[in-house]
Design a protein around this ligand. Structure first.
Ligand SMILES: O=P(O)(O)OP(=O)(O)OP(=O)(O)OC[C@H]1O[C@@H](n2cnc3c(O)ncnc32)[C@H](O)[C@@H]1O
Ligand SMILES: [Mg+2]
Length: 173
């Protein structure tokens, strides 16, 4: 059975990984460090966090595949956007990367992030709910529930596994 380690215990991430691999894989959760700030502030930093988590999963377990999923924000001339990145590392040294959907953060939220606050706590305060980051996520709130954080990570997972499969098919030819 394929053993997959995911570098997080956040249910929005773990469920997306489980759903993407299906019943044929054993999924274990690892406290993998991202090596970046708690609130990544660029695509590069967010990709780096995802990649570090994926590689650290392999270092800290005997899994064949390591998965890192990381959320961040990115500054654009249209405002501050949510960004999400995923990485899949295998034992052959391959690292596959894929990015998720983006959505603009409302100005009052963006302002708080720019002054140094972290999105997770800001979202809880804003919605007067607890643990938004583990549930529908900011993307769920700001899209009126149409796209949840798990769904967004599911999309990233399909892009990661798809690239991994494609590479295997290519090697055989
Ligand atoms: O336990 P881990 O795996 O670290 O999960 P996390 O929810 O902290 O997620 P990230 O580290 O990937 O996200 C970086 C920061 O952005 C916050 N964040 C990212 N996406 C979010 C979302 O959709 N809703 C709420 N907070 C979010 C999160 O709380 C962190 O402060
Ligand atoms: Mg985190």
């Amino acid at each position: 059975m394929l053993k997959v380690a995911v570098g997080s215990s956040n249910p929005a991430k773990v469920h997306a990984v489980k759903e993407a691999f299906g019943r044929d894989a054993e999924i274990i959760e690892i406290k993998a460090s991202s090596g970046v700030s708690e609130q990544p502030f660029s695509d590069e930093e967010t990709v780096e966090g995802a990649s570090n988590r994926a590689r650290n999963c392999l270092g800290e377990s005997d899994a064949q595949i390591g998965i890192g999923l990381e959320g961040g924000v990115v500054q654009t001339k249209y405002g501050l956007f949510l960004c999400n990145w995923g990485a899949l590392a295998d034992r052959e040294g391959n690292l596959f990367i894929a990015g998720g959907a983006r959505v603009a953060l409302p100005a009052p939220i963006a302002k708080r992030l720019l002054s140094g606050e972290e999105l997770g706590p800001v979202m809880d305060e804003y919605t007067k709910k607890e643990g938004i980051r583990k549930k529908e996520g900011a993307i769920g709130i700001f899209t009126n529930g149409r796209i949840t954080r798990q769904e967004m990570f599911s999309h990233i997972m399909d892009m990661l596994i798809g690239q991994y499969e494609f590479r295997k098919v290519e090697k055989k030819q």
